[in-house]
Design a protein around this ligand. Structure first.
Ligand SMILES: [Zn+2]
Length: 418
């Protein structure tokens, strides 16, 4: 027997783990034989067949009985999900087609004065109504979002402009609910619901937001960018459905429908601007979803590039607004010049701020006796080539005896001016 196993190991290149192995004997083997076999093979002897991965290790003649528990558990899982998926279909019908016969009958009986989403269970609910009602509560509302997402959705401030709510089935983001997609969704989302939150995607989002908010940029630019990323801008394609705008054609290039993706990725103007600034988007990024596309682009680029893109987006949106409202449409080079100047000013502001924040290197002490002390400093502006010098003369009591300031365009090196 042992030789057979050794041969099997050689041929199959698989090793038997004797530590994890167990020998089970039928009742007519005596104890001495059992012990001997156990010694030779080096495995444990058991009188009770254990379960391995929840499956019986010995099936025997009663095959049906051996698997009955296992089968029951699987069926219960499938049944539960399938039933809920079917019930959710009925709940969806009541929600989407309030005029259908079923909806009218159920409404007249259970929620005459309100709608399906606000209906109470009532005091004598039928089995059907109780099932649909619980499917609505537990599996349409809560299951639409994971617990974390649901909390975030509820804390979201709503628009001041009232608009009819629209129900979309999360399974495939349409108004159509399919039992198939409901079942698929339930099976892949059993448990606490956090599985639906894609962890790597969440990490990327966190990096993305950290990068944006930590950049040294005016809040108006950051907020405009955030609205762009989330498609919260009044682009024409966002305005056309509620009939605020009559046409959704891009007011900048008139070549395509104006969506955020068009304005900030596909439009001829943004492409020209980004090429001129040598920061085009990666051609390899083919993520379909606009926000995820943007996140990917920003997470995989340097901070300087992200900063420049955000200023470009802001300038492009500004230009789009003047094109739409005032008919003033800048060429790409106008936007490029604006962005370059703005970035230069930002750099300049940065260096000024660093200058201001420089800590004092020593504490001033008055001169001894009747001596005077003169302190002077020169600063130089690299953009205007202007140097300014200041001098302060103080006596032993620390009182100012004389002070003066001089400016000059001649000395381009601060030390020579001093
Ligand atoms: Zn365009």
């Amino acid at each position: 027997m042992k030789d057979l196993l050794v041969e099997y190991e050689g041929v199959s290149r698989q090793t038997v783990n004797f530590d994890k192995s167990l020998v089970y004997f039928s009742s007519n083997v005596d104890d001495r034989t059992k012990a001997r076999i156990g010694d030779i093979l080096g495995v444990r002897i058991s009188s009770n067949p254990e379960k391995y991965l929840d499956l019986p290790t010995i099936v025997g003649r009663k095959r049906k009985e051996a698997f009955v528990g296992f089968k029951e558990r699987i069926m219960k899982h499938i049944d539960g999900a399938f039933n809920i998926a079917l019930l959710a279909k009925q709940a969806w019908r009541l929600l989407m087609k309030p005029d259908c016969l079923l909806a009218r009958v159920v409404k007249s009986k259970y929620y005459q004065s309100t709608d399906f989403m606000n209906a109470q269970l009532g005091s004598y609910p039928s089995y059907t109504w109780r099932s649909i009602w619980s499917a609505r509560r537990a599996d349409v509302v809560n299951s639409l979002f994971g617990s974390d997402q649901a909390r975030r959705v509820l804390s979201m401030p709503l628009s001041r402009f009232t608009q009819e709510d629209e129900f979309l089935w999360q399974g495939d983001n349409t108004e159509e609910y399919l039992v198939r997609s409901g079942y698929k969704w339930l099976v892949s989302n059993t448990g606490d619901g956090t599985e639906c939150a894609n962890t790597s995607q969440n990490n990327e989002l966190r990096v993305f937001y950290n990068r944006i908010w930590n950049l040294k940029l005016a809040n108006k630019i950051k907020i405009t960018f955030w609205r762009i990323a989330n498609n919260f801008l009044p682009t024409l394609s966002n305005l056309v459905p509620p009939r605020v705008a009559t046409s959704s054609w891009c007011p900048v290039c008139s070549d395509a429908e104006e969506t955020v993706k068009h304005l900030f990725c596909d439009c001829a103007v943004i492409t020209q601007v980004l090429n001129a600034l040598l920061v085009p988007f990666a051609p390899s990024n083919n993520t379909n979803n606009w926000k995820l596309w943007l996140v990917k682009e920003f997470v995989n680029s340097s901070l300087d590039k992200c900063k420049l893109w955000m200023v470009v987006f802001w300038a492009v949106w500004f230009n789009r607004n003047s094109a739409y409202h005032e008919g003033v449409n800048q060429q790409a080079y106008g936007i490029v010049a604006f962005v370059k100047t703005y970035m230069q000013e930002l750099d300049c502001l940065d260096s000024v701020l660093q200058e201001v924040q420089r800590p004092p290197c020593s504490i001033w002490k008055p001169p001894e006796g009747f001596k005077v002390k003169a302190n002077l400093d020169v600063s130089f502006n690299h953009l205007t080539y202007k140097a300014v010098a200041g001098v302060l003369i103080r006596n032993g009591d620390g009182l100012i005896m004389a002070a003066g300031a001089f400016s000059s365009f001649q000395w381009k090196i601060p030390s020579r001016m001093e």
